[in-house]
Design a protein around this ligand. Structure first.
Ligand code: DSN
Length: 410
């Protein structure tokens, strides 16, 4: 029986969401459109399984196929970053980015140990030390941010903070930073203070694989990523570590933090990693960056201030302070015409994160739909017409639907 017959209420909402995604412009840099094949694996019979443990060493019987799927996922995870299994180890079981980060912390640290990460309001993630998060409560966090003038990372300053704070682990990686991260420099800093280095590449993993951002390998001891952002797979995560940390990482994920892996999700990750190994993925990754650069340039042409004056990756932060509108207002105004983005703090933001003085916008989802620089010009025009010229919403909404429909989803 189909879901529409068995549960029409939910079926109706799912098809409404499908229409909504088809007719809107998604600029949330952490969202993307997973392929039908990834979604097929997610909805497959593997949802029925339990498989605590690791391939060849499970706590339940009946794992013949699940073992093979997880091995393929691990193998592809290393291949897509061009890593040798003699030097590196992949764990593909983390349910998502937050537990993956916690797994890395708990693999080599004790409660109370010091971690240094990027401050949330300057681009870091909640799990990089927000005091009310669980990691924030059990570890002692110190922070670095961006330079006030350039709004970019200042590696001399980060070294100074690291020398003063003496963290046991340094996290490099962000959720709202539009510039290239110099992993080599971070590794030098970590080495100088004898800290482990974790690269959280959740946002840029697809760019790294596609050669559109420098790789954190071989510099970091641990690299984690979600699998659904620029990597375009299922919601989930993976951890790759130097071989010497294999046991600690595997134990930290299971049984340290998780029970049985979600085998349907592991299969979907394997499918996604297979897609990322396709030569076409490089073209996709490079186009994401070309589109982001074009969008930033066009927005600047309309008079918008872009934090750090541009972007090197898939996203940008628009500083709205000169327009006298908050991020919250802008998010709502754009949502009303079908442009979906999120309010965001900007460096040294006077507003709280729930309001924010900026919006964060990115191009992975639109690039998946096939949009290129030409369409970025239209998107920038629509944003300017909404936030600056305050043109009639009805007309703008129609233009959004027209553009979106030209690039239908799979
Ligand atoms: N929520 C993700 C993002 O939007 O960047 C990070 O977890």
């Amino acid at each position: 029986m189909s879901i529409s017959k068995k549960d029409p209420k939910i079926a109706k909402l799912i098809s409404a969401e499908e229409k909504y995604e088809n007719e809107t412009i998604d600029l949330i840099p952490s969202e993307n459109y997973a392929s039908l094949e990834v979604r097929e694996a997610l909805g497959s019979i593997l949802s029925n399984k339990y498989s605590e443990g690791y391939p060849g060493a499970r706590y339940y019987a009946g794992e013949i196929y699940v073992d093979q799927i997880e091995e393929i996922a691990k193998d592809r995870a290393l291949k897509m970053f061009k890593l040798s299994p003699t030097k590196w180890h992949a764990n593909v079981q983390p349910y998502s980015g937050s537990p993956a980060n916690l797994a890395v912390y708990s693999s080599v640290l004790e409660p109370g140990d010091k971690i240094m990460g990027m401050k949330l309001d300057q681009g870091g993630h909640i799990t990089h030390g927000l005091p009310i998060s669980f990691p924030g409560r059990i570890f002692d966090f110190a922070f670095y941010g961006v330079d006030e003038k350039t709004e970019m990372l200042d590696y001399d300053e980060i070294l100074k903070i690291a020398k003063k704070e003496k963290p046991k682990l340094i996290i490099c990686g962000a959720t709202a930073y539009s510039r290239t991260i110099d992993f080599k420099k971070f590794a030098e800093i970590a080495q100088k203070v004898n800290a482990y280095l974790l690269a959280d590449i959740s946002h840029i993993a697809g760019l790294v694989i596609g050669g559109a951002h420098p790789s954190p390998f071989p510099y970091a001891d641990f690299v984690m990523s979600t699998t659904h952002k620029t990597l375009r797979g299922p919601r989930g995560a993976l951890i790759i570590c130097k071989k010497e940390f294999q046991k600690q990482i595997d134990r930290a994920v299971f049984p340290g933090l998780q029970g049985g892996p979600h085998d349907n999700q592991v299969a979907a990750k394997a499918v996604c990693f297979g897609e990322a190994l396709d030569p076409d993925f490089k073209i996709y990754a490079k186009q994401i960056v070309k589109n982001a650069k074009a969008l930033a340039r066009e927005l600047q042409g309309h008079g918008f201030k872009i934090v750090s004056n541009g972007t090197d990756n898939h996203l940008m932060l628009v500083d709205l302070r000169t327009l006298q509108i908050t991020g919250k207002d802008a998010q709502l105004m754009l949502e009303e015409i079908g442009i979906i983005c999120n309010k965001n703090t900007i460096p040294l933001d006077p507003e709280k994160p729930f309001i924010g003085s900026g919006i964060r916008i990115g191009t992975p989802a639109l690039t998946t739909r096939g949009m290129k620089e030409k369409e970025m010009t239209i998107v920038a025009k629509l944003i300017a017409a909404t936030l600056m010229k305050k043109e009639a919403k009805n007309k703008l909404e129609k233009e959004v639907v027209k553009l979106a429909k030209k690039f239908p989803l799979e």
